[in-house]
Design a protein around this ligand. Structure first.
Ligand SMILES: NC(=O)N[C@H]1NC(=O)NC1=O
Ligand SMILES: [Zn+2]
Length: 448
């Protein structure tokens, strides 16, 4: 009789093709059997009767702060939050940790920190800035999934936004290296000019901040970087897209054969600009929250498959940086990486009829495939045994104390979610169960 490390019995398994009752057998961290009834024995058995089993999520856009700003969010607090939210891997942005990930030496520091402190599997974006074109190759050799650039101010002086020359040249190099470039797309002139103007006029409320970053600033930047992608043949990924018109440009570019994908994030699918006054600083992000009509159209794009990925853009900061009567001076970034699966189950599956297969593709398989992370993102023989066991019909209100973030705040607190993560399993090992982290940091480096 076959012997396994783990058998999970009686769960309803969400694969990339079906939702059905299956048993799952795991050996050495990998799914080795997947069928209605497994007869073997295992060191550990889990009875998942009544639970749905989704692939562990992959958050391809988080800003953790280790090394260097570990007092904003450490890898331990950040990855505990991911685990509590059913997420089993992530890609960290090249900022806001310090030093920023713009060369090989800095990359090595980050990798060392993750080896020690990450509870889930990890990978990294390298930075693309005006100062590091000559370092892209060494970052590629070390295993970054691609390069991240900003077309506007990044929020931090030490990570300079890319001018058009840098984008064009950087995309040429990335194309040669076979890696994608991910762009934070907002027009720098429009956002800077409006910001300066409003501050000069003493207009510094949340509404003024919203008005300083109109939809056109995203749409223009998306259009421009798509043109560079067409010319350079670079794989392009649009980060945290917030406008339906931006997604429409991506759709049209794909029809022309340009290799472009896009992600959106929970906040644009949950809140509108009218919520910002009530939320205050914890709801400040760039691009900002949008009008109700835009939010609904963005959902339509998600539902028909025009948006490839939903992730978090988790960008925490200490309370001090979230306090200023001038809203422009408040740190821009939302804490949300614990809630991506919850948002997609509640708003996507329960409220809008998005299938569980599509939910899991948006948060697991699509990012893994786009960024070349092999054997992740779905429950399948030969794939890593990364899973979230979910009580799909259980409702709960998210409370501050449920959060594993270093700063236990999030705009998502107080919302009623349906679909509770009961247990998270990384490569066959339970890392989160019944509200508690139950593992040491066992994360492993993932590279394309
Ligand atoms: N630096 C940083 O975290 N920036 C992020 N925050 C945000 O709101 N948008 C971003 O790109
Ligand atoms: Zn960004």
């Amino acid at each position: 009789m076959s012997k396994y490390d783990l058998i999970i019995r009686n769960g309803i398994v969400v694969t990339d093709e079906s939702v059905e009752k299956l048993d799952i057998a795991v050996l050495d961290g990998v799914v080795v059997e997947l069928k209605p009834e497994i007869t073997g024995i295992a060191i550990e058995e889990i009875d998942a009767d009544g639970k749905y089993i989704l692939p562990g999520g992959y958050d391809c856009h988080v800003h953790f702060n280790e090394p260097g700003r570990t007092n904003w969010e450490s890898l331990l607090t950040g990855t505990s939050s991911l685990a509590a939210g059913g997420m089993t891997s992530f890609t960290d942005m090249p900022l806001n940790s310090t030093p920023v990930t713009t060369n090989g030496e800095n990359f090595d520091l980050k990798l060392e920190a993750a080896k020690r402190n990450s509870l889930v599997d990890y990978s990294f974006w390298g930075g693309l800035t005006p100062n590091n074109l000559e370092n892209l190759e060494e970052l590629a050799e070390r295993g970054v999934v691609g390069f991240k650039a900003f077309t506007c101010f990044s929020g931090l002086e030490e990570f300079e936004g890319a001018d058009d020359w840098t984008l064009y040249k950087g995309m040429e190099i990335a194309a040669k290296l076979g890696l994608p470039v991910s762009v934070h797309a907002e027009n720098r002139d429009i956002t800077n000019k409006l910001t300066d103007k409003f501050i000069k006029e003493g207009k510094t409320t949340p509404r003024d901040f919203l008005n300083s970053r109109p939809e056109i600033s995203e749409i223009e930047a998306v259009q421009r970087v798509i043109l560079f992608a067409e010319e350079t043949k670079c794989k392009l990924h649009i980060a945290h897209i917030s406008t339906a018109r931006g997604v429409q440009l991506v759709v049209e570019a794909r029809k022309k054969g340009i290799d472009v994908t896009c992600e959106t994030v929970s906040q644009y699918l949950t809140f509108t600009e009218d919520d910002l006054e009530g939320l205050g600083a914890i709801g400040k992000c760039c691009p900002p929250l949008r009008a109700k009509d835009t939010k609904e159209k963005l959902w339509e794009h998600v539902i028909v498959g025009n948006v490839d990925i939903v992730c978090s853009d988790h960008s925490p900061a200490p309370f001090e940086l979230k306090k200023d009567s001038n809203f422009f001076k408040v740190w821009g970034g939302i804490s949300g990486c614990q809630s991506t699966m919850n948002v997609m189950l509640t708003e996507g599956y329960h409220n809008r009829g998005l299938s569980l297969i599509d939910v899991s593709k948006l948060i697991s398989l699509n990012p893994a495939e786009r960024f070349g992370i092999k054997n992740k993102g779905t429950i399948k023989i030969g794939y890593d045994a990364d899973m979230a066991l979910v009580d799909l019909n259980e409702s709960f209100v998210l409370k501050n104390k449920d959060l594993f973030y270093m700063y236990k705040v999030s705009p998502l607190v107080g919302l009623n979610f349906k679909g509770k993560i009961a247990r998270t399993i990384l490569r066959g090992k339970t890392i989160f169960q019944d509200g508690k982290i139950v593992s040491e940091p066992i994360g492993k480096f993932l590279r394309p």
